[in-house]
Design a protein around this ligand. Sequence first.
Ligand code: SF4
Length: 398
Amino acid sequence: MDTVDKLQALGTAAQFDVCGYCGGRTIPPSPDFPWRFIHRAALPGGGSVSLMKVLLTNACVNDCAYCVNQVGRDGPRYSFRPEELAKLFTTLYERRQVQGLFLSSAIAGSPSRTMESMIDTVAILRQRYRFPGYIHLKVLPGATFDCVAEACKMASRVSVNIEAPTAQHLARLSSGKDLATGILEPMRWVKKIVSSDEALVPAGQTTQFVVGAARETDQEIWHATQALYQEMGLRRVYFSAFHPVAGSRLEGPPTPPMRQHRLYQMDWLLRVYRFDPPELELALGKEGNLPLAKDPKLVIAQRQPWLFPADVNRASYEELLRVPGIGPVGAGRIVEARRDHSIDSLEQLKKMRVLTRRAVPFLWFQGMPASERQTSFLPQLESGTPAPEHVFLARVAS
Ligand code: SF4
């Protein structure tokens, strides 16, 4: 089999490999390349990059139930040699068809032996071909400390995929992966290695959950997500809705993409809006899941009616940020603008990037037309609304 055939097989396989999610979108096939292996990914500092997303091999000893590469599944198995893959990438890079590499792999034999081949590939790119650009390198579950340390020396970003929120959930999906020793331990190693030298792994460490594959709740995923940010210093946590793949062991309905989206909205409220973890809990329903039909920020607002309506001309930045329809840009512009003048019209708010249709029920300003003074959020309050002694109020007051 020649190199291009392997690229077709292992580039296509990487699209189904849930180990290999990197954020962004897959570039549709083109006349030059009638299969998918180029992925447009967002860069941590802004902008985006075209990544060649590929597996080193699709031969695997593991039996992850959601994966087409699982051991025992019929189908051809292919592997790149490190030199071969490095040369192929360099050719595509020089033709300006790709700008960076996302290298993942199934586990052929032992995790460390496979990782050594992945590291060899990256070493050839960095040292022989002097490739200076972005490389996202997977750390395979079960790899040794030495492999992880070598990966950290050469990669822009590394990731170990957690897949499920607890050991019990992971055991439902795979008999070959151990959460504590195979996944959390390498994450800790990355954290330790990176903290010893800030120049290493500039784009940080990430991970990913397969959402809905192990019958877990959003609450279980969410609690694990917060712990990962706090304890492992992760740059990002990704969520990938489970989708049954023909030929894999795990059948059943796919996870609604909206469930994935709601988890990303929670992640955004935590990382960008800096909502407190206890406040974010308000978004979860009684069964421990996020409502699919409603934005978590709206749910949180409706469960804290004592915070609203917020006075546009007096509310703090943090209080404005809790108004549905006002993001960090809008809240910042309101605070900035009212240093010069008071805000007394919806038109002014629209110009400040406020989504007034969403925000109006939660806002107030002097002279607000009576027709705009809605309280439509009040009837939607759920029973069991917590008392106003919520931790958020204490924080704002302090
Ligand atoms: S380790 Fe699991 S998810 Fe990764 S390629 Fe092997 S079977 Fe698939």
